[in-house]
Design a protein around this ligand. Sequence first.
Ligand code: ZN
Length: 172
Amino acid sequence: MEVVLWPDPVLRRGVEPVEDPTSLAETARQMLDLMYRTEGVGLAAPQVGLTISLLVLNPSGDPERPEEELVLINPKIVSKKGKEFAQEGCLSFPEIYGDVQRAQRIVVTATDADDNETELRAEDFLARVIQHEMDHLKGVVFIDRFTPADRIRIRAQLEELEERYRKLNAPT
Ligand code: ZN
């Protein structure tokens, strides 16, 4: 398992609902381990090439704090309140950062890998990470939400990623 980089089309594809959450315990564990190794705080299934409704996160980014790990399967946002701007990055866009507006507080329903339904209330940074990862499940990436000025600022970095992808995937 490795992190899929922009502009791999799997990042735009969207996902299917998960029928059997208990089948994903091992996948979720591998995604969390990969997330820690790459120093992220969240990872969505499309970022490892899987088109299923699964995301993992740990807002501390610290493998020594497993109590903060969350595995969300078939997540749905049931309410959103407030708005705030803050800087985000994404493991699929190395070294690209920009401000994104997100809801300040959200309520999410999801299932975990033991097939327990949970309702989660999150605010500020945790709410932001969840919204960022849930966007991935819809094929939306954070640069879609950048301001026009930030899009111009990152254009050369995006072109570099696109060039790298073309070279890696060129027919031989
Ligand atoms: Zn991301």
